[in-house]
Design a protein around this ligand. Structure first.
Ligand SMILES: [Zn+2]
Length: 441
């Protein structure tokens, strides 16, 4: 059998025009011949697009030839071609150049190209959106392959990358100015607000990304902050930025909370690993915010210390040393119950004991150093350590395993694990903006 696809074009005052766009032939029915193949679908779409666009352009061009002011026909000076990329193919359009009508200009030689003016962007908005979205989720090369495989279009690395940056720059442009604080109104205003939904939990965490600086292969690393805001009754949203590139991180977070409907009389809990830049970000966003050290990071650090101890004891068996493990366990429970004071005493005790081994067992100095660092960490964050146990019993937020997975999703896979991939601060920052807007993890 043979199936011919035709389109019938009808315009008010003209006889209908028939245009053939594809011809499909089939003999035996089999799984392979059932329905359209991908290639046929692409051909049909591309042909249909061509036909539709050709008619649209012809209609527009003919209308443009008449002066909208006096109705005279404008003389043609010549024509050039413009290329517009669409989801269903690259379109090459004839764009006539017309002399500006005498009724509009004294100078007889002035001309303009109305079609080119009508289509200033050379990529359709839908294609722009899809390219930016996929490029935010997948490596640029994969984005190009996927789009080309399923749609009758031509894509390349450079345009996909450029599209992503254009979309990101537009998002950045929509963000207002930075402010030192975003608390709006006063207690009297807050009292009049409707009773808010359940509390918000915001987790913030950082990660490091391999830097690129021209041909300098030893450019090092830079810090990226990623977080997630979880309201009780609406959808989660993520945010991210490059620490020493972004000029308005606070605005970014404030707008996100606003978009999620945070009210000034609504409880909000910030959980983080306690770095200064992360802490500064959270302050003055809400009058009733609480700021906590994320339990997840506390346990991670203690687990690392216990692992180090285990390795040390394996290398140099020592009964007294191996008893330190139980003390790490008790440090963990002091912190769990919000007793930072006892935790610090205990950490110091362990530290002194380890320092006593430094001469007979030089390998212990590494662990002693880690314990000293942990002391500094708990001390610096003392006032952000709640009674985790009690919060946990009441079902309140204490940890953000979710942020860890956000960090992994947003940065590690793409920016860290592929070691050969190096980033500029700008490139990483812009990618994060689109990435956190498409939200598919
Ligand atoms: Zn005119």
């Amino acid at each position: 059998m043979k199936l011919t696809l035709q389109v019938v074009m009808q315009q008010d005052d003209k006889p209908p025009q028939v245009q053939e766009i594809a011809c499909l032939e089939r003999d035996m029915l089999s799984p392979e011949t059932l329905g359209l193949s991908l290639q046929e679908a692409k051909t049909v779409l591309a042909q249909l697009q061509e036909t539709l666009v050709r008619e649209q352009v012809a209609t527009a061009v003919s209308a443009q030839q008449t002066c909208p002011h006096c109705g005279a026909t404008q003389r043609r000076k010549g024509q050039h071609q413009i290329v517009v990329r669409s989801l269903f193919g690259k379109l090459t359009l004839d764009s006539p150049r017309l002399y500006t009508c005498a009724c509009q200009s004294e100078a007889p030689q002035r001309s303009h190209s109305p079609l080119a003016e009508l289509l200033p962007e050379r990529t359709t908005p839908e294609l722009q959106y899809l390219q930016a979205k996929w490029a935010a989720l997948l490596p640029y090369g994969v984005t190009v392959d996927v789009l080309q495989e399923v749609l009758p279009l031509e894509a390349n690395h450079t345009t996909v990358y450029r599209q992503l940056h254009q979309v990101a720059e537009r998002l950045e442009g929509e963000l207002g100015d930075e402010q030192p604080f975003f608390v709006e109104g006063c207690q009297r205003d807050w009292n009049t607000l409707p009773r808010p939904d359940g509390p918000f939990t915001v987790g913030i965490d950082g990660g490091y990304v391999h830097a690129r600086d021209g041909d300098n292969r030893k450019a090092g690393w830079f810090e990226v902050i990623v977080g997630k805001s979880i309201p009780t009754d609406s959808e989660d949203k993520s945010f991210g930025f490059v620490t020493d590139y972004d000029t308005k991180p606070k605005r970014r977070l404030a707008e996100l909370l606003k978009a999620q409907g945070l009210q000034m009389n609504q409880a909000i809990t910030f959980l983080s690993d306690g770095g200064d830049n992360v802490r500064d970000l959270q302050f003055y966003l809400s009058p009733i915010a609480e700021h906590l050290l994320d339990w997840f990071h506390v346990t991670m650090r203690i687990t690392v210390l216990r692992q180090q101890l285990k390795e040390l004891v394996a290398r140099a068996p020592n009964e007294d040393l191996s008893k330190l493990d139980a003390r790490f366990e008790s440090i963990k429970w002091y912190v769990w119950h919000g007793n930072a004071f006892r935790a610090l005493q205990e950490i110091q005790g362990v530290q002194w004991e380890l320092e006593g081994y430094e001469e007979e067992l030089p390998a212990s100095s590494k662990l002693a150093k880690s314990v000293r660092e942990f002391y500094g960490y708990i001390e610096a964050n003392e006032r952000f350590i709640p009674n985790y146990g009690e919060r946990y019993r009441y079902g309140e937020a204490i940890a953000t395993g979710f942020v860890e997975s956000t960090v992994n999703q947003v940065i590690s896979k793409r920016m860290v694990k592929k070691q050969q991939m190096r980033w500029t601060k700008k490139g990483a920052h812009l990618l994060l903006q689109v990435r956190t807007h498409v939200e598919v993890w």
